[in-house]
Design a binder for this molecule. Structure first.
Ligand code: BGC
Length: 337
């Protein structure tokens, strides 16, 4: 593990970068947004490839509005109308994607400097205190996120406790490109979402409330297939969700032979194909990140669940511990059958 100063916030607060190592894997994390900044592993020829988008300076992180690599909270994805009712009381949230609330609001967890609870060779634990009323949410929320490299995987363990009943839906917004962060568009890369149902959305990307079969629709990605000309920004429902770790998605680059599986304890996963990536500042080493230059697989409660009683609930009762785990597991293959 190495630690170095990455930059300073306008008020002088230092932002550090930690680089974790385990065998052939290394992973950079900055304390601004708790963001994943790099993940380097060998391709099938043994050449190191960095498969995460990121920036060279803190200023670029602050300038971009794509949530690159960041931890997202309190509520990942959208809450329709930027409002919800909890225990009979209405709460109004920041409408940062008017009229809706996206990824925790104007100053979500992605824009805050996280504290470091512990840092070892292959594991880093970050903490954040989100005060009562921040972005409109009730309760003082204490959040702990642990990144761990091991067994050819990056694991993320999330934990949160609040002194009042609140909402909690934490995720990470890593942008992956399994051919290398600077390799351009991902259309040749292959994807599989083994899930048989998804949540259809309206024009504002807010779920309509049904959970529909993927069968016979472009959402049917149960067989590994190249992205091609399609684009996605949807939530899939994990089959037989019971809070245990389940396979939620798989991605593969025929170019590098790098294969990634995503497992989660949460009920949903957003597959987003970087449809709005253009306009991003230049990335690491001057890399250009075009539209469809990366994909995100964000494990989550379903978007807008606070307003849809039939969806699994993201309500965190006062004093109870919220936990979730996401694993990104890497392998190498010549090809997929
Ligand atoms: C959302 C997209 C949004 C993106 C922001 C994704 O999680 O589903 O709609 O544009 O985050 O970068």
């Amino acid at each position: 593990m190495t630690e170095k100063l990455f930059g300073k916030m306008p008020d002088g607060t230092p932002v550090e970068e930690y680089t974790l190592r385990d065998g052939e894997l290394s992973c950079g994390v900055i304390t601004y947004g708790g963001a994943l900044r790099s993940l380097v592993l060998p391709d099938r020829a043994g050449k190191p490839v960095d498969i995460l988008l990121g920036f060279d300076t803190l200023e670029d992180y602050q300038r971009q509005d794509k949530y690159i690599g960041a931890l997202i909270g309190r509520y990942a994805n959208r809450i329709g109308g930027s409002r919800f009712v909890l225990e009979g009381q209405e709460y109004r949230l920041a409408a940062n994607e008017s009229p809706n609330h996206l990824h925790g609001g104007v100053t979500g967890f992605d824009k805050q400097v996280w504290g470091v609870e512990s840092a070892l060779e292959n594991t880093l634990t970050l903490t954040l205190q989100s005060p009562d009323g921040q972005e409109g949410y009730p309760g003082n929320l204490e959040v702990t996120v642990t990144y761990t490299l091991g067994d050819s995987a990056l694991s993320i363990d999330y934990r949160a406790v609040s002194d009042r009943t609140t909402l909690c839906n934490l995720t990470n917004h890593a942008y992956w490109n399994l051919s290398g962060h600077n390799s351009g568009d991902i259309r040749e890369q292959q994807f599989r979402l083994p899930n048989s149902r998804y949540t259809p959305v309206d024009a504002g990307a807010i779920p309509t409330g049904t959970i529909d079969p993927v069968e016979g629709t472009p959402m049917d990605l149960r067989q590994l297939q190249a992205l091609g000309k399609r684009e996605y920004d949807h939530n899939w429902a994990i089959d037989n969700w019971d809070g245990t770790l389940r396979l939620a998605a798989q991605a593969f680059s025929p170019g590098t032979g790098i294969d990634m599986e995503v497992l989660t304890t949460l009920p949903g996963i957003q597959f987003y194909t970087g449809n709005f990536l253009d306009g991003c500042p230049k990335g690491k080493g001057g890399a250009v990140y075009p539209r469809h230059g990366a994909f995100c697989l964000e494990t989550q409660y379903y978007p807008n669940s606070p307003n849809i009683p039939d969806f699994p609930s993201a309500v965190l009762p006062a004093g109870e511990v919220w936990r979730s785990k996401t694993v990104y597991r890497f392998g190498k293959r010549d090809h997929h059958d």
